[in-house]
Design a protein around this ligand. Sequence first.
Ligand code: 5AD
Ligand code: SF4
Length: 468
Amino acid sequence: MPEKTFHIHTIGCQMNVYDADLMANCLISMGYRPVSEPDAADLAIVNTCAIREKAEQKVYSLLGRLAMIKRQRPWMRIVVGGCVAQLAGGRILRRAPYVDLVFGTRALARLPELLRRLEAGEGPLSDVAGGDGVVEIGGPLQAVVQPTVSRFVTIMQGCDNFCTYCVVPYARGREMSRDPERIVAEVRALVAQGAREVTLLGQNVNSYGNKEGLCTFPELLERVAAVDGLKRIRFTTSHPKDLSPALIDAFARLDKLCDHIHLPVQSGSDRILARMNRRYGRETYLDLVTRLRAVRPRIAITSDIIVGFPGETDEDFQQTLDLVEAVGFDGLFAFHYSDRPGTPASRFSPKVPLAVKRRRLDTLNALQQAVTLARHQALVGATLEVLVEGPSKRCDPCGPEAGDGIQWTGRTPDNKIVNFSLPASVDAPQPEAGDLCQVRIEAAFAHSLLGIWAEDRAGLKGEACHAA
Ligand code: 5AD
Ligand code: SF4
């Protein structure tokens, strides 16, 4: 019998990317093979995101495209997972009757059984049951969706914060932390597969373990840092209200912890922060920034901001701009507010007109772009450590920019993307994915840096790069 094939399309956050690998591993163990396009798939999964209106619209347009493919491949099974599946459940089956299975965020562990029922001819099926307790899926976790060198590890699921605009506590349930032993074992297994960097994921990693009385997040970091062969640790996301002195201290103590923190501020106005139920003010936030920079002067700070939250005035927005200038973020994810069904803010008024939200978003993005570029430009001439992820897409030998000499891509500890090449005169071993290399920065762009390998000839030939 020919092998069955699958394709997963993931929308949304890193946690969804991690879940996509869980799904992929489950499918591979059932005899499926991944394919890069849905038109070659016997099973197509849409791994959905409900965080903003736009992400949800994308789900339905993708499903429409899959329905067209299914007309040519009537045996194809269409599966919807993730946050929209959890929230919309059976409504998806009514709106898109060609869908064969809807499974929510808490049904991930039951995916094999659901797929077997589909294969046996049952369907359409829906499993969007709620419930408490951490969702655990055993077994080895091969990188199918993620790059091998840098891997995500979900350390907690759900969220208890109930920011008034946010759908996550409804889509992912209450906050639950995974057992530290399992996390460390997973990191060890990933390193054995070639990972050199892990990013620990949770909606609010700073409250890891509190509820269950497990170890604290800084203690977990220490245990992960003790894993041999692991070079770098990242984590996301931190809620400013829970960023403890112990975590700031971890930046001082743990060398493997990268020079980067994603610390969503959401607004620079105390009035709006209170309406968002964020439980901190702008001064607290600015103080955290100062304290982080005191222990790690080179730390990159990135953030999320929502513009046009209900009731946001020009004055509130000006305070956000002032805060962005004051902090000098390394990067910013800015969104215009969208009502999410069932959230308190969806009932708040007055709503900010779409044209005003768009104008504010453009203003904010223009301000940040200038800051990001200036920060990148300040790095020209510096020699930075880059964890090599692989050949740069831009220098694909068949690509449009073939011959431009850019060969490798990777990231610095402060999460800047660096494309780099070897010096023209050097005829030596090429770097490999997973190597830590020294790269001299020669040019800066809005989203990346361009450099040249700064290892000397001896270093290139020896172990200096591969074993760094
Ligand atoms: N509208 C716009 N942006 C939102 N976010 C979360 N909910 C909404 C919403 N209803 C943004 C927040 C969060 C990021 C992941 O998405 O900035 O930090
Ligand atoms: Fe949503 Fe707030 Fe939880 Fe983040 S902390 S997931 S914004 S409720």
